[in-house]
Design a protein around this ligand. Structure first.
Ligand code: BGC
Ligand code: BGC
Length: 773
C-alpha cells in the first residue's frame, strides 16, 4: 500500500475506534476531550504529575507495566517487523509490538529514519505510532520516542548539524552549548521525538577510542559545565517544551583498558569518583530525565549488572530521580557476551535488580516482556521494583506533556526544522576553531593573489559532519544535507581579487604544481567519519593520501596552511614542525566551511582552546593533563604532549592573566577569584580565563594543576576585562584514604595555590570538610 494511503487508513481506523470507545463510555483521552467528573485523575491535565502517575499505576496490570520498561527499535514496527527492517510502518507489526507486547517506548538508532527522511516524514511517523499506541492500549498510554540527537537532530536529513561535542568543548562556551541543545530540542520536538540520547557525559581519556569526539573533553570540570548547559538547553524549564535528556554512558565508559569500545575497564573507585562522577552529577543536578548505562565492565562487573553503580551510587549518593535505560542490547549481553547470567531470563533479573529501569532490547520485545513478567510472577523480582521503574518512566511521559498532546502538528515540522538556527551553528563552528600553529603570522591571510585549496576534506560534507549524521557511521551517500564545505566557505569569504583554485586531485604532483603557481596553499585534511568501535584506532594517523599531498607542497617549499577536520588529535609531528599554520576545525557541522573561511581571512579570531591533550605519538595514550606526578626518571615525564590541554593561539596577543582570590560570603564555602586580562594586540579576539588549583600538601596524589573555573571572554583590541568567578570550595575536594578510595569526598584543610596564566595566589582552608559523594 502507498505510504500516504496506509497512513490514512491507520488514522481512519484510529478515529473509528475512538468513536466506539466514547460511545461505549470507555475512558476518554486526548486534549480535545472535555474533562468531566468521570475523567480519571491521570487523564486530567490539571492534576499534579505525581497524582496522575499514582492513579495510572494503580490501574495497570503487570503486563502493561512491563511494557513500559521496554524500548524497541522502530525497525520492528515496519516491513517484516524484524530488527533492521526499513520501509513504512506496518499495522500488523504495530499490533504485535504495541498491542500484544504492550511496548511503551520506541527509538531510532543511528540512521533509523522514516522512508521519507524529512521533518514532516518524521512527524507523520511518530504521529502514526502515537495514534496507534494511544488507541490500542487499554489505558491510552502514549509512547516515548527517543533518538540520538548528539549534535543537532542528526538522523534527520536537512536538520542543522552542530559541531560534535569535542568542538563544543574547545569553544569553552557553555551558554552557546545551551543554545545548541535548545535548538536541537525544538527540532526533535517538532517531529515528535521527545527524548534525546544526549549529552554524552563521558570524559575523554584515550584517543584510540572511537567515541572520543562525542565527549566535551578530558577535564571533568569542563565536561561538567557543558553537560549541565546541554541538559538545560534540551529540557527547557520543565520538559513541557523541551525534550528529555539522557546522560550517557554511566559510568566509566570512556577509558577502556586497551582503548577499544565496549570492552573492560579497570578503574579504581577513587579515580571513578574524581574523574567520572562529576559530569554525571552536574547533569543530575541540572535535572536530567534519564541516564543510559555503560556497555562495558569495570573491575570485572558489567555496568548493567552493578547495583553499586546503578542504585547505591546513582540513586543513593547522586540523588538521581529519573529513569535508567540500558544501552543497545546490553541486558541480554549479560548472558550472551559476558556469561554472567545463565540465560536471557537470568540476565533480565540481574539488570533489573541492579537498577535498569528500561531495556533498549532493541529487537526481540516479546522475549523480554515474557521473561520479565515470569520473573515477577515467580518472586524473583519484587513487584515493587517494577512499580518503581514504571513510576519513573511515566513521570517523564507526563512531564513531557505526552498524555495531553501525544501527537505533533506535522504540517508545521518542515517550517520549524529546515534551515533553523544556522547562525547558532555558525557561531558554534567559529568558536570551536583552534589555532595550533601560526609561523610568521601567516594567518590571517593577507590578501594573497592566488590560493589553492586541496586535501581530502576540502569539499566533503560527510567528513565535516562526522559520525552520527544521517547514518550511524556518518552520511551513507547522496543526498548530502545542506552545508557549506570548507572550499565553499573559502570562496565566499575570500576578499575580491583573490583567485581561489580548487584542486580535487589527490595526486601529490598535481597539487604541488598548483601550489608552485599560487601564493598560498590550504590543505584540508582529516579523518573519514566513524562511530563507536568502527572508529577505534591504533595509530590516529593522518590519512596517508593527505600526508602525501602535504609532503609534496612542503617539498615544493610553498607556504602551507593545514586545516584539520577530525574528531581527535591526529599524530602530526612532521606537519607540526613544517607547515606554516595548522588550524584544528574538529567536526564542525553544517556551517563549518563558513567558519573556516572567516577564520582564514581574519573575519573571526579562532579562539578555541584544546579540550584534550594532543599527543606526540599514539604510544602516549591515554594522555591527559591531570596526570599525577611520579618520581624522577631520566626519560619519562608524566605529561609531555605535543600541545597541552588548554592550548590555542590567537590572531591578537593577550597580557598575562592577573589573579586575586578570597573567600566570599560567610565561611569558606565559596571562593571568589578575580582574573584580569588585556588584549594587547591590534585585533579583537577571544581569550579563555582559567583558574587551576593545587593543594600545597594532600592526603592523596593530586595533579600539578586541576581546572576549577573558566570563562571565555571577547576583547576588542586594547580592551581589558576583569572576570569575577565564584567557585564552590567543593571543587577542591579529593577522596582521601588508602587504596580502596571509599572515604568521604573531602576538602582538606591547608593551603591551596590557585593559578591563572603564570600568576598564583593562595588561600588556606582552616577546617577539613566532607562534601557530597
Ligand atoms: C550507543 C548509544 C546510543 C544507542 C542508540 C548505542 O549503540 O552506544 O550511545 O544512544 O546505540 O542509538
Ligand atoms: C544502530 C546504532 C547502534 C548500533 C549498536 C546500529 O545498528 O543503528 O544506533 O548504536 O547498532 O551496535
Amino acid at each position: 500500500m502507498h505510504r500516504r494511503v496506509r497512513g490514512l487508513v491507520v488514522v481512519i481506523l484510529a478515529l473509528l475506534i475512538a468513536a466506539i470507545a466514547v460511545v461505549a463510555g470507555g475512558v476518554r483521552w486526548g486534549h480535545a476531550t472535555p474533562v468531566g467528573a468521570s475523567t480519571p485523575v491521570y487523564l486530567d491535565p490539571t492534576q499534579p504529575v505525581a497524582a496522575r502517575v499514582s492513579d495510572l499505576l494503580g490501574r495497570m496490570t503487570l503486563d502493561e507495566k512491563v511494557g513500559q520498561m521496554t524500548l524497541v527499535s522502530v525497525s520492528t514496527l515496519r516491513g517484516n517487523c524484524q530488527g533492521g527492517a526499513t520501509g513504512d510502518l506496518s499495522t500488523s507489526c504495530m499490533a504485535g509490538i504495541l498491542d500484544n507486547d504492550r511496548v511503551g517506548n520506541v527509538l531510532s538508532g543511528g540512521g533509523e529514519a522514516p522512508p521519507q527522511n524529512t521533518p514532516q516524514g518524521w512527524a507523520e511517523m511518530t504521529n502514526a505510532i502515537q495514534q496507534y499506541a494511544v488507541q490500542h492500549s487499554r489505558l491510552h498510554i502514549p509512547v516515548l520516542y527517543g533518538a540520538d540527537g548528539v549534535h543537532g537532530d542528526n538522523n534527520l536529513l536537512g536538520a542543522t548539524i552542530f559541531p560534535h561535542n569535542i568542538g563544543m568543548g574547545a569553544s569553552r562556551d557553555p551558554a552557546l552549548e545551551q543554545q545548541v541543545a535548545a535548538s536541537t530540542a525544538r527540532t526533535m520536538r517538532a517531529t515528535g521525538v521527545m527524548w534525546t540520547f544526549s549529552p554524552v557525559s563521558d570524559v575523554a581519556r584515550d584517543l584510540r577510542w572511537g567515541r572520543y569526539y562525542e565527549t566535551f573533553g578530558e577535564d571533568p570540570m569542563l565536561v561538567s559545565a557543558m553537560v549541565s548547559a546541554a541538559v538545560q538547553g534540551y529540557q527547557g524549564k520543565d520538559l513541557s517544551t523541551g525534550v528529555a535528556a539522557t546522560l550517557k554512558h554511566f559510568l566509566g565508559y570512556s577509558e577502556p583498558l586497551n582503548g577499544h569500545d565496549r570492552v573492560f575497564a579497570e578503574l579504581p573507585l577513587r579515580y571513578l569518583r574524581d574523574t567520572f562522577y562529576p559530569s554525571f552529577q552536574a547533569g543530575i543536578d541540572a535535572g536530567a530525565a534519564s541516564v543510559m548505562v555503560n556497555s562495558g565492565s569495570i573491575d570485572g562487573i558489567p555496568a548493567h549488572a552493578s547495583h553499586f553503580l546503578l542504585t547505591d551510587t546513582l540513586r543513593g549518593q547522586m540523588g538521581f530521580t529519573g529513569f535508567t535505560v540500558s544501552d543497545w542490547g546490553d541486558v541480554n549481553a549479560l548472558y550472551t557476551s559476558y556469561h554472567l547470567a545463565t540465560s536471557s531470563r537470568d540476565a533480565i533479573r540481574l539488570a533489573v535488580l541492579a537498577g535498569v529501569d528500561m531495556a533498549m532490547v532493541p529487537y526481540d520485545a516479546g522475549t523480554f516482556t515474557h521473561d520479565l513478567i515470569s520473573l515477577v510472577n515467580d518472586g524473583s523480582i519484587p513487584a515493587s521494583r517494577i512499580d518503581e521503574a514504571v513510576r519513573r518512566i511515566l513521570t517523564v511521559k507526563f512531564e513531557l506533556g505526552l498524555f495531553d498532546h501525544p501527537t505533533v502538528d506535522a504540517s508545521q515540522a518542515d517550517k520549524t526544522v529546515l534551515g533553523a538556527d544556522r547562525t547558532v551553528a555558525l557561531q558554534a563552528a567559529e568558536e570551536s576553531l583552534t589555532l595550533l600553529r601560526n609561523q610568521h603570522h601567516v594567518l590571517p591571510l593577507a590578501h594573497p593573489s592566488s590560493l589553492v585549496v586541496a586535501g581530502s576534506a576540502a569539499s566533503s560534507i560527510p567528513d565535516q559532519m562526522g559520525g552520527w549524521t544521517v547514518g550511524w557511521q556518518g552520511i551513507p551517500g547522496p543526498p548530502n544535507p545542506p552545508a557549506v564545505t570548507v572550499l565553499q566557505g573559502i570562496e565566499k569569504t575570500a576578499p575580491s581579487g583573490v583567485k581561489v583554485r580548487s584542486v580535487t586531485s589527490m595526486n601529490p604532483r598535481t597539487v604541488a604544481s598548483a601550489a608552485r603557481a599560487a601564493s598560498i596553499t590550504v590543505v584540508v585534511a582529516g579523518e573519514k567519519p566513524y562511530a563507536e568501535g568502527m572508529g577505534d584506532t591504533d595509530t590516529a594517523a593522518l590519512d596517508p593520501a593527505d600526508t602525501s599531498v602535504i609532503d609534496a607542497v612542503l617539498a615544493a617549499h610553498r607556504p602551507l596552511v593545514v586545516v584539520l577536520v577530525a574528531g581527535r588529535p591526529l599524530i602530526s609531528n612532521s606537519i607540526a614542525q613544517r607547515a606554516d599554520a595548522i588550524l584544528m576545525a574538529w567536526l564542525p557541522g553544517t556551517e563549518g566551511g563558513t567558519a573556516v573561511g572567516q577564520a582564514l581571512f581574519g573575519q573571526v579570531d579562532p579562539g578555541g582552546r584544546l579540550p584534550v591533550s594532543w599527543p606526540k605519538d599514539i604510544g602516549q595514550a591515554p594522555i591527559f593533563y591531570t596526570a599525577y606526578p611520579g618520581t624522577s626518571s631520566v626519560a619519562t615525564r608524566p605529561y609531555d604532549p605535543l600541545y597541552p590541554f588548554g592550548y590555542g593561539l590567537s590572531y591578537t596577543t593577550f597580557s598575562d592573566q592577573s589573579l586575586s582570590t578570597r573567600f566570599i560570603g560567610s565561611g569558606q564555602s565559596t571562593i571568589g577569584a578575580d582574573v584580569t586580562v588585556q588584549n594587547t594586540g591590534h585585533a579583537a579576539g577571544d581569550d579563555v580565563v582559567e583558574v587551576y588549583v593545587h593543594p600545597d600538601a594532600s592526603a592523596v596524589l593530586q595533579p600539578p594543576r586541576k581546572l576549577i573555573a573558566f570563562q571565555r571572554v571577547h576583547l576588542a583590541a586594547g580592551a581589558t576585562t576583569t572576570v569575577h568567578l565564584q567557585i564552590p570550595s567543593s571543587r577542591l575536594a579529593e577522596v582521601p584514604g588508602d587504596i580502596p578510595g571509599d572515604q568521604l569526598l573531602t576538602v582538606e584543610s591547608g593551603q591551596y595555590t590557585f593559578m591563572a596564566g603564570s600568576q598564583t595566589s593562595t588561600l588556606t582552608i582552616s577546617q577539613s570538610t566532607a562534601v557530597r559523594r
